[in-house]
Design a protein around this ligand. Structure first.
Ligand SMILES: [Mn+2]
Length: 301
């Protein structure tokens, strides 16, 4: 926040509490769309509180990114108003998210969704798929989300990746919990799945993952991909997940060889874990903004 010369007393209500000049839509390289929705979660709810918790925690982040040696916020980050939940169910909500996100997609911009339960990703992916025919989705989640339907809906959080796969190709990473229907579906479809813990590590794993992705990538993150030791505040904290370093290595590695045009960070249920989880989620959002917008800064000091 650059408030030294300003007489304003108000904390700007946007990601990082940026000065309004830095958060102007027209000049921003990234747009964040909060989607406080959790109607279809089956175990523990609370993801509707995720976007506000991420924005609150973002006030504590440093604008300067040590790893990228860049103040990423100078590229401009606009935070939109929250998308109002649609009580017609997750399909209606996905369509609403699709329209809301579509309005912000531009070639020289990255659009990120702050979830919300993971079912909101389908709408954001559909919006990006309309603009980028070459889109593929890196779907990072402890679960496959490949049920054709669950608890009376085909568009709930347990079916997100299945619906996305009908729009574009999907690569699953981090999976360590499945139902039998999903196991059979994955075998029949020979869809690329990288279970966790992975067989290979480091550059070898990264190479195999990037080989499955197209050049234009949307990154969809369910925070339960992370291990509960660093991310307890999710609806389904599944043991044996990634640590922070593995997540970052994956995202940076993908950004180095692909063009990340959009992303979402979903399923933060802040009431289910320590405040560190909200901070971790906010940092992950900022890292994604940094990696995805780095392509706009090539040639910049
Ligand atoms: Mn999950």
């Amino acid at each position: 926040m650059a408030a030294d010369q300003s007489d304003s007393y108000w904390i700007p209500r946007n990601f990082l509490a940026l000065d309004p000049q830095q958060a102007r839509l027209e000049s921003s390289s990234a747009v964040l769309v909060p989607v406080p929705y959790d109607s279809s979660t089956s175990f523990r709810g609370g993801a509707r509180d995720g976007p506000n918790a991420i924005i609150d925690a973002s006030y504590g982040l440093e604008d300067y990114d040590l790893e990228l040696d860049l103040d990423v916020s100078r590229l401009g980050i606009h935070t939109t108003s929250a998308v109002e939940p649609h009580m017609g169910g997750p399909e209606a909500m996905a369509q609403r998210v699709r329209r809301a996100v579509a309005g912000y997609i531009r070639e020289d911009r990255v659009v990120g969704v702050l979830g919300g339960e993971h079912s909101v990703s389908a709408g954001a992916v559909m919006a990006h798929g309309d603009t980028y025919p070459d889109l593929s989705v890196l779907y990072i989640d402890a679960h496959a989300d490949m049920r054709d339907s669950y608890m009376g809906t085909s568009w709930g959080h347990a079916s997100g990746a299945r619906r996305i796969r009908e729009v574009c190709s999907v690569v699953l990473v981090g999976v360590r919990s499945l139902c039998l229907e999903e196991r059979d579906f994955l075998r029949e479809s020979s869809l690329p799945v990288f279970f966790w813990p992975p067989v290979e590590e480091g550059a070898e794993l990264l190479g195999r993952i990037t080989a499955e992705l197209s050049d234009t990538v949307y990154v969809s993150i369910d925070l339960d991909a992370l291990d509960p030791s660093c991310m307890a505040a999710v609806g389904t904290p599944e043991p044996g997940g990634m640590n922070w370093g593995q997540m970052i290595m994956l995202l940076k590695g993908v950004a180095d060889s692909k063009r990340i045009v959009g992303f979402d960070v979903c399923e933060l249920a802040p009431g289910e874990g320590p405040m560190a989880c909200s901070y971790t989620a906010a940092k992950l959002v900022y890292k994604l903004v940094g990696y995805a917008t780095a392509r706009f800064t090539r040639g910049m000091a």
